[in-house]
Design a protein. Structure first.
Length: 202
């Protein structure tokens, strides 16, 4: 049971970091990697699944985030990313405040369950627009808002802005999954080496 819990925690942590790193790349470089983003978008709609691996289509689709997680945990000072860590911390604070507003979760579940458009690489921008609007109408009403840093020419691009908001929603979904799996910052401290090893072997 412990091993499965730690595996689930590692998978969801990898997803959080994958989403946050993609936010950073879009914000600073205008780079949208559809194949990396697709499993994250998929996870947002899986509100009833109990299999954390299926939520992300396949664990292999999270290799980028799992590798990033490993470097954050056991890498040297040059391999650790302060900006992505800031997003991780900001998401935790935001979720704590979201938990005081059950109506937001009710609306999120309702609107996500009513979305019937299939999730494919060639329509992820359409999903991003839908999720961006959903984010603006729900999560953006909770303080403190997450501030995304980047190059203004990319941040003001409509497609980029929508994808960033949708990825924030993905990261929030994965952070909640991490907590539901038993994850906490204290457990990261206790099991840092085990999590880093799992991030390689999954």
């Amino acid at each position: 049971m412990f091993k499965q819990e730690l595996k689930n925690e590692t998978i969801s942590l990898g997803a959080i970091y994958q989403a946050c790193n993609e936010i950073k790349k879009i914000a600073w470089q205008g780079e949208i990697n559809i194949s990396i983003i697709e499993p994250l978008i998929n996870s947002v709609y899986q509100t009833t699944s109990n299999d954390i691996e299926d939520i992300y289509i396949s664990i292999n689709r999270l290799n980028t985030g799992l590798d990033f997680l490993r470097r954050q945990l056991v890498g040297d000072a040059f391999s650790k990313d302060a900006e992505v860590t800031r997003y991780f911390e900001a998401i935790g604070i935001l979720i704590k405040n979201m938990n005081k507003k059950e109506d937001i979760f009710i609306r999120l579940r309702k609107e996500l369950s009513e979305q019937t458009m299939p999730i494919q690489e060639d329509n992820l921008n359409e999903h991003a627009l839908f999720l961006s609007d959903l984010y603006l109408n729900t999560i953006s009403t909770v303080e403190p808002r997450i501030i995304v840093n980047g190059d203004n020419k990319y941040l003001t691009n409509t497609k980029n802005a929508a994808m960033i908001r949708s990825l924030l929603l993905c990261a929030i979904r994965s952070y909640i999954l991490w907590q539901q799996s038993g994850g906490s910052k204290f457990r990261i401290f206790l099991f840092k080496k085990q999590i880093a090893k799992l991030a390689v072997t999954l």
